[in-house]
Design a protein around this ligand. Structure first.
Ligand code: HEC
Length: 123
């Protein structure tokens, strides 16, 4: 009789324990997902050159070409000889190319974009 009572008492406790573990794990997994997902959110200053290129340049310069003036591609351009020349071009671009002072004013972005554009050249 005593043993039977204790059995009945134990089951709900075990169930509660399991439920507690499950909730703890759920909260942990949720927190892990929230804090670990976006790379960009963790490194807001670190923006990839490829991303910058796709967002700002690829519309006219798909794959380093020039869709508007076919004889002025990025690949092989003399404006890539130095980062200063490249920055100068983005600050004072030939029409109809728009200026990109938002990029040139951010050294990290300029650097990343310049490196990406040079990597296009190598292909
Ligand atoms: C609206 C279209 C457009 C966008 C967007 C654009 N460009 Fe251009 N780009 C042009 C045109 C057109 C030329 C050629 C202008 C000329 O010399 O007559 C050019 C020229 C260039 C040249 C010089 C090529 C040469 O040797 O004459 C480089 C380098 C260049 N663009 C890089 C970029 C980069 C990097 C971006 C993004 C940050 C960008 N462009 C965004 C249209 C665009």
């Amino acid at each position: 009789m005593i043993e039977k009572d204790s059995m009945f008492q134990r089951i709900p406790i075990l169930a509660k324990l399991l439920l507690f573990c499950f909730m703890f794990l759920s909260i942990f997994t949720l927190a892990y997902n929230v804090y670990s997902k976006p790379d960009d959110a963790q490194n807001p200053g670190k923006i990839g050159g490829e991303k910058l290129f796709k967002a700002n340049c690829a519309g006219c310069h798909l794959n380093g070409q020039n869709l508007i003036k076919k004889d002025k591609p990025i690949i092989g351009s003399a404006k890539l000889k130095s980062k200063e020349l490249f920055s100068e071009l983005l600050n004072h671009p030939p029409k109809p190319m728009p200026e990109f002072k938002n990029i040139t004013s951010n050294p990290d972005q300029l650097d990343a974009l310049y490196k990406y554009v040079l990597s296009l050249k190598k292909k």
